[in-house]
Design a protein around this ligand. Structure first.
Ligand SMILES: [Zn+2]
Length: 152
């Protein structure tokens, strides 16, 4: 176990008022697994001003001031982890959480390079999946079909 990597993830993303520790056990475990699998050089590419929002499924709505746990500085990146994840298989939750972090890393890098906001559509998801495969996860993106319209 890489305790320092997990401590960093805990303090930055989990032990905040944005992450419901009690009602999101699978999501919390996925954060742990990601902290252990993501290489240090990619962990350092997660934008510093990122909020991970993993609310309780019991919450029907919420209005929040946009303040980053590190202070009152403006944050740029907001990563939402749906309560639906708690209904999925643990391995699938882990792949999806990793996939969303890969978007953060790729999009912050892209912005630095070109000033562009995002990749378009499916290419964006495929790029995120190529990165998480390097970390040891399984591709999470499923192309939309008539019966499957879930967006990652
Ligand atoms: Zn995606």
């Amino acid at each position: 176990m890489n305790g320092r990597a997990w401590d960093s993830f805990l303090n930055r993303f989990v032990l905040t008022t944005w992450f419901d520790k009690g009602d999101r056990p699978k999501t919390r475990q996925a954060m742990y697994v990601l902290s252990q699998k993501i290489p240090a050089h990619d962990r350092k590419r997660i934008p510093p001003s990122t909020i991970v929002y993993a609310p309780s499924p019991k919450m029907s709505g919420e209005a929040r001031r946009r303040v980053h746990p590190a202070g009152r500085k403006r944050y740029e990146f907001f990563l939402y982890l749906s309560p639906m994840l708690e209904e999925m298989e643990q391995a699938e939750v882990e792949n999806i959480v990793a996939h969303e972090f890969a978007h953060l890393i790729l999009e912050s890098r892209k912005r630095r390079i070109s000033g562009a906001d995002t990749y378009p559509g499916a290419a964006r998801d495929q790029a995120a999946d190529r990165l998480i495969e390097q970390w040891g996860f399984i591709a999470a993106y499923k192309p939309p079909s008539k019966s499957n319209e879930v967006k990652l």
